[in-house]
Design a protein around this ligand. Structure first.
Ligand code: SF4
Length: 241
């Protein structure tokens, strides 16, 4: 049976597959999707640990697989430097950014709007410009409260398949893979961050929830920027404000 059509219980896979079995499953998912979608398959690379893990897995299948990065004016300088090094190594990664003017401190007054303008819109541009039919993400179901109900293969947008090939990996397994494969990571992890985003909206936290430091002290705490929850395959050209 096609792995892309599996109906397996995600929670059981998280708990019962070992590290090697999870890697094999992730590679099989990406390989099957690449065979099916070819050049219209794209990796969304946020430059976080999960993204660089998925990027490395995809590169093992084909060096030709392309990707996109959505960046914003508020990314920490370490992330910008890491991005520059990454795209120098992988020119097949295309960067999308929205430079339009926005109200001062919009991330405080209306973080949903800020994320929509600076993250969701450029992600839509990427999907359109790169003619994407299947996008691959580093989303994991054990990351936090908002990520428990995703599937390995989804079609939330009609005509746009979303593949989450490391959905069942635990945080420890991601680090295990990165260490064993010598994959470089954003130096901010060395300071104690566990989930990375824009500087004003990302804090160092401890505890169970990996994403607890995102949008801390706002209604959006531990939440989502919208790239994983809003439609991406729609015609967009306006400024979004
Ligand atoms: S993470 Fe914060 S600064 Fe970045 S786009 Fe969202 S609200 Fe704006």
């Amino acid at each position: 049976m096609s792995l892309l059509e599996n109906k397996d219980d995600i929670k059981e896979l998280v708990d019962n597959l070992n590290f090697k079995q999870k890697i094999d499953r992730s590679i099989a998912l990406i390989k099957e999707a690449y065979q099916k979608y070819g050049n219209s398959l794209i990796v969304a690379n946020s430059l976080g640990k999960d993204s660089v893990c998925v990027w490395d897995l995809a590169k093992k299948i084909s060096p030709k697989i392309r990707g996109f990065i959505v960046t914003t004016r508020f990314k920490p300088k370490e992330t910008i430097q890491f991005m520059k090094k990454t795209i120098a190594q992988y020119p097949e990664l295309k960067v999308f950014k929205n430079d339009q003017e926005i109200p001062d401190k919009l991330y405080k007054t209306d973080p949903d709007r800020c994320c929509y303008i600076l993250k969701v819109l450029p992600a839509r541009w990427a999907i359109k410009e790169m003619e994407v039919n299947c996008w691959i993400t580093g989303l994991r179901c054990t990351e936090g409260r908002t990520r428990t109900d995703f599937k390995e293969v989804e079609e939330r947008d009609k005509g746009l398949i979303k593949l989450n090939p490391i959905l069942i990996w635990k945080e420890r397994e991601v680090w295990q893979y990165l260490a064993l494969n010598g994959v470089k990571v954003n130096p901010l992890y060395g300071q104690g961050y566990r989930s990375l985003g824009c500087a004003p909206c990302t804090k160092i936290t401890t505890g169970e929830d990996e994403r607890a430091g995102r949008w801390l002290d706002t209604s959006k705490c531990g939440g989502e920027c919208g790239i994983h929850t809003q439609p991406l395959k729609i015609n967009v050209s306006g400024d979004g404000i």
